[in-house]
Design a protein around this ligand. Structure first.
Ligand SMILES: [Ca+2]
Ligand SMILES: [Ca+2]
Length: 397
């Protein structure tokens, strides 16, 4: 597991994020030159955030914080009339509006809170399913990154393998394979390594075999596709005439859709019923599955939010269009921000944004299901809890 520990240091974010926030012009952190395959795996380890994710002793929302600091947002006055066309199948119209993006009590990369205006757009009601992705692959012959990229398994014991010396594969999570978690954040001295959190590189793991060659998709047609990279998600979206949502669109839909509630609310309803597929119990040892789901579950497994969107929070992380930079909010455009022009990370493996958390997130560990929480991974990286949903701009009349 030595490689995992090293990778944790390489991808840790807090210091960099804090520095970037103080700098209007960001400079990517200095990096050692590494083999591309290593870079892929290192980057992949970052998006195992449900386990490796940013470790967070999250601040309790300030009791004296004015309510208007983090509002629910508001819709443009004419929004009900702006739905420009008949709904594309499986998509929901998100009316234009404005909101305060970010979280003053969140991680450094969630700051500063800033006003954003979002044009109306279409958003898939659910995460893209295995059945939908299979149709794309059957029609195009597309081969995903995890099916074709050879990567050295850093989580395996023994000497590192040269790039190309091992089969293609991806990172899989195995609950119960790890000791109790450290109170420290992954990557910090004394903090848990990815391997200690239950993650292993598995040759032959890909979207068809999410947990490795012996696994398959039988009975999981309506589960979200996983083990897909940002590049894979973009390819799918292009095929169906859509695109990935921007990070601002995603957060706007989550906040105003009401699914995730105000910041700091638990992801349970007032009766204690879980509203999304998360992890219950001590991570990563025991998932008590109080929400009825262990691992990714059906994309409509929990009630939709007020706009008819399912599973924004939890189930699987969702790729967004934006490049990731920890200090991006300091210079974000107010209207339909597209995100920064380039990504943070190793040259050739720059990172894209992911949102929403996964079935590995929990109130006591990774709180990635929060509306403002940000995660990221290299464009070519894939994991067992990473998927996506697609968006589409309104067509001009
Ligand atoms: Ca669950
Ligand atoms: Ca989700």
């Amino acid at each position: 597991m030595t490689g995992s520990a090293e990778s944790g240091r390489d991808v840790s974010r807090p210091d960099t994020a804090a520095q970037d926030e103080a700098r209007p012009v960001e400079t990517p952190p200095a990096r050692h030159s590494r083999r591309p395959a290593m870079v892929l795996v290192l980057s992949s380890l970052l998006i195992v955030a449900g386990g490796l994710g940013w470790w967070r002793q999250r601040a309790t929302p300030s009791a004296n914080r004015p309510a208007e600091i983090i509002p629910a947002g508001e819709l443009a006055a004419s929004s009900p009339a702006l739905q420009p066309e008949l709904p594309p199948p499986g998509m929901v119209w998100i009316p234009p509006g404005r909101f305060l993006m970010g979280n003053a009590d969140g991680e450094p990369d969630e700051r500063p809170v800033h006003a954003v205006e979002v044009s109306g757009f279409w958003l898939d009601a659910t995460e893209v399913t295995n059945a939908e992705f299979a149709r794309f692959v059957r029609a195009t012959g597309y081969v995903t990154d995890a099916e074709r990229l050879s990567s050295a398994p850093l989580s395996a014991p023994g000497p590192r393998q040269p790039a190309g010396a091992v089969p293609a594969g991806s990172l899989c999570f195995f609950p119960g394979s790890a000791p109790p978690v450290s109170p420290r954040r992954p990557g910090e001295p004394g903090g848990p390594a990815a391997g200690d959190l239950g993650w292993r590189f598995v040759p032959g793991a890909n979207w068809r075999h999410p947990e490795g060659p012996d696994s398959d998709l039988r009975g999981r047609e309506e589960h979200p596709v996983v083990q897909v990279s940002h590049s894979d998600a973009v390819a799918y979206c292009q095929w169906v005439g859509k695109r990935l949502p921007t990070e601002a669109e995603w957060e706007y839909a989550a906040r105003l859709g009401g699914e995730l509630g105000p910041e700091g609310e638990p992801p349970q309803d007032p009766h204690g019923v879980w509203r999304m597929n998360l992890w219950q119990g001590q991570f990563p040892v025991v998932d008590e599955r109080e929400d009825g789901q262990g691992g990714p579950g059906p994309v409509r497994g929990f009630p939709a939010n007020r706009w008819g969107l399912y599973g924004l929070g939890g189930n699987v992380w969702e790729w967004c269009a934006d490049w990731y930079r920890p200090g991006a909010y300091a210079s974000a455009r107010r209207v339909d921000p597209p995100g920064p022009a380039s990504g943070w990370g190793e040259p050739g493996a720059e990172h894209r944004v992911m949102r929403g958390g996964s079935y590995l997130c929990s109130p006591g560990f990774c709180q990635g299901y929060r509306a403002s929480a940000r995660m990221h991974g290299a464009s070519d990286s894939a994991t067992g809890h990473g998927g996506f949903r697609a968006a589409r701009s309104a067509r001009a009349n």
